[in-house]
Design a protein around this ligand. Structure first.
Ligand code: HEC
Length: 125
């Protein structure tokens, strides 16, 4: 019994510690590279990114995408985001996201973990 409790505690600490760390680096990367054009609450120069992980490309309500993005057929899995954020123009040739990409894989991973945590705000009923 005691051992199970210790393991549960250890797991809880582990699970809560990892996203916190990734979150800090992810926030920093987002603030440094994305916030000029993106927000989680609304469309700006770029589409709103709340809930972007897992959603099909070009589906932020009210945002006018390039034909390249609309026709990309992409679903933003973590792998696709990783490739896109490394080289936007290579993954979606003709995209109007004028951003040269993030070369460091660790920074991209932290950023994607952060994006994953930004789900759309649930409106109270
Ligand atoms: C200079 C402005 C600019 C910067 C900087 C920028 N973006 Fe974008 N982003 C855009 C625009 C504009 C689009 C729409 C692209 C299109 O329609 O072709 C876009 C599209 C996207 C999409 C596709 C969203 C969808 O709904 O399909 C993702 C994901 C994305 N950006 C993530 C990021 C992240 C993460 C960063 C930071 C590393 C970033 N962008 C930096 C302007 C920018």
């Amino acid at each position: 019994m005691l051992r199970a409790g210790v393991i549960t505690l250890a797991l809880t600490v582990l699970i809560s510690a990892v996203p916190a760390q990734a979150g800090e680096e992810g926030v920093a990367v987002f603030r440094g590279s994305c916030v000029a054009c993106h927000s989680f609450s609304q469309n700006r120069v770029g589409p709103g990114l709340a809930g972007v992980v897992g959603r099909p490309a070009a589906t932020a309500p009210g945002y006018v995408y390039s034909a390249a993005m609309r026709n990309s057929g992409i679903v933003w899995t973590e792998d696709k985001l990783d490739a896109f954020l490394a080289a936007p123009q290579t993954v979606v040739p003709g995209t109007k996201m004028t951003f040269m990409g993030i070369r460091d894989g660790g920074s991209r991973a932290a950023l994607i973990a952060y994006l994953k945590a930004q789900q759309p705000v649930q409106q109270p009923q």
